[in-house]
Design a protein around this ligand. Structure first.
Ligand code: MG
Length: 230
């Protein structure tokens, strides 16, 4: 049976060194015309882009329609691309990620997709910056729903359409770096491999009872073993 591996992006595959959060604040200035420091710190880790945008509207005391949320995110995407293309961009792929993706490409029973709070265009910009966007067939994105816990079924149906496989829930693994990824996996009966390369330690992730926890993907053979035969 093939395994469906659904990867989160930020803190799991890449660290954009704050470019995403900075681009949100660029959008606050461009869209609302207010200084970026008029907002308190935003809760970004594990949140979907629309949920972050909705928080911004709420914190500024502005009502919003779905169209306005996506108009705000258009400003975010323009600034995200600008920041990722900047000469001083210092983002990186997390330890072992490139070697892990190379190793999984050799495994015919590993089907790779995304399950991310990034909107689809943001996911393409971020992963494309590191040359790894084409490793993933399809997936679910923040533009599908602002509540991450609703994204699993989108990922399943798109990946089934892309591969022709029917996945047993026991063979679906969500790979992410926050308690929100763990809850998102549980919401559609998938397993969660939590990885402590984001803002949460292995002990903090373990407290949310994921299927497995790894400190990082630096040990590629061990990670492949967990993902395909764990
Ligand atoms: Mg993440």
């Amino acid at each position: 049976m093939p395994r469906l591996l659904l990867f989160d992006i930020d803190g799991t595959l890449i660290d954009s060194h704050g470019a995403g959060g900075a681009a949100i604040l660029d959008a606050v200035e461009a869209y609302f015309g207010v200084p970026r420091d008029s907002l308190p710190p935003l809760q970004l880790a594990g949140s979907t882009d629309p949920a972050i945008a909705m928080d911004v509207f709420r914190l500024l005391g502005r009502a919003h329609s779905q169209e306005e949320v996506f108009a705000f995110l258009d400003h975010y995407l323009v600034n995200l691309r600008r920041r990722l293309d900047a000469a001083d961009f210092s983002g990186f792929t997390l330890p072992g990620v490139n070697a892990l993706l190379d190793a999984l490409r050799e495994e015919k029973d590993a089907h790779l997709g995304l399950l991310t709070g990034n909107v689809r265009r943001g996911a393409k910009i971020k992963l494309g910056r590191h040359g790894i966007h084409d490793r993933f067939l399809d997936g679910a994105f923040g533009c599908d729903h602002h509540d991450r816990n609703q994204l699993g079924p989108f990922a399943l149906s798109r990946m089934q359409a892309a591969t022709g496989a029917a996945y047993d829930p026991a063979d679906v693994i969500v790979i992410g770096d926050t308690p929100k990824d763990i809850r998102c996996a549980a919401a559609f009966g998938a397993k969660c491999l939590a990885v402590a390369t984001g803002q949460y330690s292995a002990a903090e992730l373990q407290a949310h009872s994921p299927w497995r926890v790894l400190d990082s993907f630096a040990d590629v053979p061990a990670t492949v073993e967990v993902l395909l035969r764990g």
